[in-house]
Design a protein around this ligand. Sequence first.
Ligand SMILES: Nc1ncnc2c1ncn2[C@@H]1O[C@H](COP(=O)(O)OP(=O)(O)O)[C@@H](O)[C@H]1O
Ligand SMILES: [Mg+2]
Length: 445
Amino acid sequence: MAEIGNDTRRLIEMVKVISKYKVTQGISPEKFCDMLKELGPTYVKLGQLLSMHPEVIPMEYCRKLESLRTDASRLVTAQIRDIISEEYGRPWTSVFSRIMPFPLGAASIAQVHEAILLDGTRVAVKIQRPDIYATMERDVRLLKKALGIVKIKNINDVVDLSDTIEEMWKVAQEEMDFVREAENIRTLRRNCEGIEYVYCPKVYEELSTKNVLVMEYIGGFELNDLDAMEAEGYDRNEVCTKFINNFIKQFAEDRFFHADPHPGNVRVWNGRIVWLDMGMMGHLSKEDAELVKACMRAIVSNDYVTFADSVLNICDHDPNIDMPAFYERMKQYLGKYRIISMEEMSSTVDIFADLYRISRDFRIVVPTTYTMFWRSMSIMEGTVTELSPETDLTAIIGKHLAAQNMVGGIAGAITKSVSHRRLISGKPLSYKGHEQEPDEDIEEE
Ligand SMILES: Nc1ncnc2c1ncn2[C@@H]1O[C@H](COP(=O)(O)OP(=O)(O)O)[C@@H](O)[C@H]1O
Ligand SMILES: [Mg+2]
């Protein structure tokens, strides 16, 4: 009975917020994001996840939602201590000598604090908000109920909105499991081994649970802190290029990539780029990775037939799809991005966005893993544009394509044979007091 009362109260609250934003009188991406923030952490999280569904909402919304961040209320020190003690089943003082009161970060799901172990080791502790699972579970349940009542279940013939919500909820649940996140960190850490300019924090397994994650403390500064970067004598272009190289390695080689490479999740420390926040990682199957490569390869060689066929191979589609019209559209699409050299290639974001428009028109369903890749790529592109606008992302992608023997006969440097190994390896970042010899020229014949 009490629960029904709570449900009703929350439902009224939700309706109030939604009517305040007058959604029926038109809505913009900005207004939509403001509304989600006001609806609370569940909606902020769902909003971020919704940005992976360009089949559901227009591309402008996806772009805006990617950067949706919360101004979450802060857990106070006493709460943090209680959560930790309860989670460990013993007092927090039996593990930590200190937990710093001011959080390093606070978002919808968790809060991160610096702490000191009894032996003096400095660590970072990620603590899950105690009520977040129950809050999200209730909000998602109410949202589905509300959508059932107003009957906008299917936005178009292709998408069932309740399926989308169900899927987002599944992803959110995974993010709330820190045991999984610890596993992700371990995997990424393994994949970074042997590359001197990237790093991943160590996880303290024995101190980590579903709701508490203890990691090595990472100092340094955020990737987009240009003042700190300059003060410490880093070269922005080098940092940026190595960041891109490592990201490309993640999706092209490991097929396990950081799904949210925004600057807040990447630090620069002791000559290395350090990845943080592995709550959500993307996986590409061999087939998905092939689609990505086919897409890039087809764009540079203008082979629209192979490209169109590979898209249909991977995506669900109506067997009676109008093939001549689809081929024609793909021909126009690739014609638009016809390039003379890699340097002239358009933004990858535009290229993918356009592709989604076509899939929508032809009712082709792009697998979520692939959409996650697109989203992650576009976040990465935003990050590098901010960091070092003069670094040419597409030229770097071109080098990787060439190194993997994926294209031939394209004008310019990328036709030269490049060892892919050398492209992804390299020395630590150069900085004040730690100057490195330049990396060997990777564009050798
Ligand atoms: N191991 C760490 N060392 C130092 N700071 C960290 C560490 N892990 C996280 N942080 C800080 O806490 C912030 C939030 O952590 P993050 O894992 O990104 O959580 P969220 O999933 O809430 O974004 C990061 O942006 C970073 O500033
Ligand atoms: Mg983060």
